[in-house]
Design a protein around this ligand. Sequence first.
Ligand SMILES: [Zn+2]
Ligand SMILES: [Zn+2]
Length: 455
Amino acid sequence: MALSIVECLIASTISVSRPLRICHECDLVSVIPPLDYSQSARCPRCDHELMARKRAPAQHALALAVAATVALVTALAFPFISFSARGIERAISLTDAIAILSSGSYTLLAIVLWLVLVLIPLLFLAQMIWIHAALLLDHQPPKARLMLRALRHFEHWMMGDVFLIGVLVSLVKIMSLATIGFGVSFWAFCLFVVLMLLLTRSIDSDWLWERIAAEPPPPAHVVAGDSGRAQKVAGCPVCGTLNDYRHHSPCPCHCRRCGEKLHLRRRFSLQHTMALVLLSILLYIPAMVLPIMTVSSLDETTTQTIMGGILLLLDHGDFPIAAIIFIASVVVPIAKLLALGWLCLKVRRPQPWRPEVRTRLYRITEFIGRWSMIDVFVVALLAALVRLGSLMSVSAEPGIIAFGAVVVITMIAAMSFDPRLIWDAVDSNPGTDSGADTSTSSSPAAAGQPQETGP
Ligand SMILES: [Zn+2]
Ligand SMILES: [Zn+2]
């Protein structure tokens, strides 16, 4: 339930006693009101979450991180899935699947699986346990700043949830050809995915940073209700601290609290994003034209492209799975490339069209990109699992490497786009209709007062 705004005091008079935050998506400086447990403060202009308080953050995060680690280790140690056809049975663990792929000609696929399913989640969990356990014991964990900065970057590249959907799609594809059995590891992996979702929602980043290093006061000249760029102040996306940028422009500065490299605007953001979008478009052609896998059996050998696989699923009547693959492999990549290209081309318009809608579009683009990896995981799993010699086997083909590259490059393209550019034209033309409610001086957006939400 959304609560009303607690107070609407003049921002500049209260900024000395309450933390200031700069929105990472629209660059508005806001004063954070006192927050109770489970409440969050959102940007009044673009609705981006500025701060969220959690109840007993260390205890919850530590318990979930330990449980997720146990679940992941269990998922790696035992058989994950079994597959039997015409009297031959085969069971593999996740580590077997990665080893099989790396011993064949699919080393790149094996490296991707190893990184997004094992190495990055394990590093993330180890750091979470280390930091939270140390803080609960009243110790300052060594290298805590470096680890907290790394945690933020790891979150984008953990794909257990996407892999799980890929596993279910793989099973539907081969269910008519063989009998499938789930091992202990499959259920442990399902538990791991749920625990990771809970864990990432339980992290209280501001509480963590407050315990690691007290927040330095904001530069004296900063007031709420104006953009950070106009006041030459850079907000840290990792720890939230405001940093004086007046003596650094145009060079980057480093956050005085966590050491993160900061820019008032990411340099050459549009150029980098457009270059990556163009590269993705070029790679998307072979990804759609070349076969992604070959299925060999006693009767026949067929190669499948992405669209061929979808049509085959439709032929078999698997409409929901065909829809999932079509959305993940065709609709999402194309929509993402179009959205990023459109955002880059329109960002410098002097009369911006509804910046809050464009910010929402960017947010969706950034969120959905990783789900396109479903097809990559489907092919990787089938190529590792279905190996019954001349009876039946599945092998990956170059199209899937091109498609995986498209997914990764579009993810990097979305990360390299600086959404604050969308709002620059609004800030330089204050009379422009931005679609946000900034018409009255007592409105929260005008005063830089964030909206407060809670249960
Ligand atoms: Zn904002
Ligand atoms: Zn920082």
